[in-house]
Design a protein around this ligand. Structure first.
Ligand code: BGC
Length: 370
């Protein structure tokens, strides 16, 4: 498995850049972010090679192996796409038996999810793929798995850098597959900078915005919130935050938040930043209901590239979104699980690149999603 080893080397580089960015000054962060983008692109290619290597090595060996998967909650648009691809790929491409791939709904309840994990352990599953309800549970869950000798692939909700480093230092069979959310935030900010008036619709020299956040415990929500605005301020744009509120990744909650904000702040709102597309779709409902027009008197950006959102970008009803590549992430997570089952060493962090989606490439992205 020569290719897997290459993946490991790139994974290390990627982690180093991540820690640099986390503790560096502003200037360092920018360089680190740029390097990170390149590294993520490289590791993306590597993920493809890893897939090939795993497929080659797998043969029929996976047919009696059991994979336990727990998703933080089934009622999440993005994670539904993700888990569908995860199941398809494990069975169709890697040769796991359908009945040996068991997916459970964590119901947004960590206690319930920990129970499910405990059951997987008792039933001696060969490997687990976990989308934790609370990423802060990672140390406890990792210990449970380690004691049982079961490797674990964490997805989507990133544990802390310290926890990831601990797996490496203590040779624990645990890994994380995800994206660097700083990149998606930066892309959102850039999309506003790329508009004709750089987001300053009323020409008062200040970009006034509202921020609809995902679950704030989630690093994706924290980084998207921070880095979308940082892209503007780094470019010398003055900003004013009218409102920042948690919408928990949820369309209905976001719709309510944006409806209330439009009532309270009206024309003052020039940009609506949403940490994901489900919330951007909710925001759009309220924007339209208030008689406002995206890209004319208000801007709206999301993240994920849900089909409906990409179509909205194409139709000019959303300013932009960012492709949170669930296909590559699911495939990479499944490859890591298979590698663990084969007794391979797996790098502790594996990042997939985000893709900026604007009107120019929206059709291309849409074709990929179909
Ligand atoms: C996605 C959200 C999703 C969340 C779940 C994020 O990366 O952008 O749409 O709700 O993950 O943890």
């Amino acid at each position: 498995m020569r290719l897997l080893k290459r993946a490991a080397a790139i994974g290390i580089a990627s982690l180093m850049v991540l820690s640099m960015a986390a503790c560096g000054s502003g200037a360092k962060e920018t360089t680190a972010a740029a390097t990170e983008a390149t590294t993520a692109a490289e590791s993306n290619t590597t993920a493809e090679s890893t897939a090939e290597a795993v497929k080659e090595a797998v043969g029929g060996d996976m047919s009696d192996k059991k994979v336990g998967i727990s998703i933080y909650k089934f009622d999440d648009n993005f994670m539904t796409l993700y888990r569908t691809e995860l199941q398809r790929y494990l069975v169709d491409e890697l040769g796991f038996k359908k009945e040996n791939v068991v997916v459970q709904d964590g119901k947004n309840d960590q206690a319930e999810q920990t129970n499910q994990i405990q059951n997987f352990i008792t039933q001696k599953y060969d490997v687990l793929i976990l989308n934790l309800v609370q990423s802060s549970s990672a140390p406890e869950v990792t210990e449970m798995c380690k004691e049982a000798g079961i490797p674990v692939v964490y997805i989507n909700r990133e544990p802390t850098v310290e926890e990831e480093q601990r797996w490496k230092d203590e040779s624990i069979k645990a890994t994380y597959v995800g994206c660097d959310a700083r990149q998606s935030g930066t892309y959102q900010g850039e999309q506003i900078l790329e508009t004709s008036n750089k987001g300053d619709i009323n020409g008062d020299g200040v970009v006034s915005y509202i921020m609809v956040q995902g679950d704030p415990e989630n690093v994706d929500a924290q980084y998207r919130t921070e880095f979308s605005i940082k892209a503007l301020t780094d470019a010398g744009v003055e900003v004013k935050e009218l409102l920042k509120q948690r919408g928990d990744w949820d369309q209905a909650k976001a719709q309510q938040i944006v409806q209330d904000a439009l009532t309270q702040y009206g024309d003052q709102i020039e940009v609506v930043f949403c940490n994901n597309d489900a919330m951007a779709l909710g925001a759009l409902q309220s924007i339209e209901a208030a008689g406002r027009k995206v890209n004319e008197d208000i801007y709206l950006v999301g993240v994920d590239a849900l089909t409906e959102a990409v179509q909205n970008v194409l139709d000019g009803k959303m300013t932009g979104t960012v492709f949170n590549d669930h296909l590559s992430q699911a495939q990479s997570a499944a490859d890591m699980a298979a590698a663990f089952v084969l007794g391979e060493d797996v790098e502790n962090v594996n990042m997939v690149d985000y893709v900026k989606v604007t009107k120019d490439n929206a059709q291309e992205v849409l074709d990929k999603l179909k």
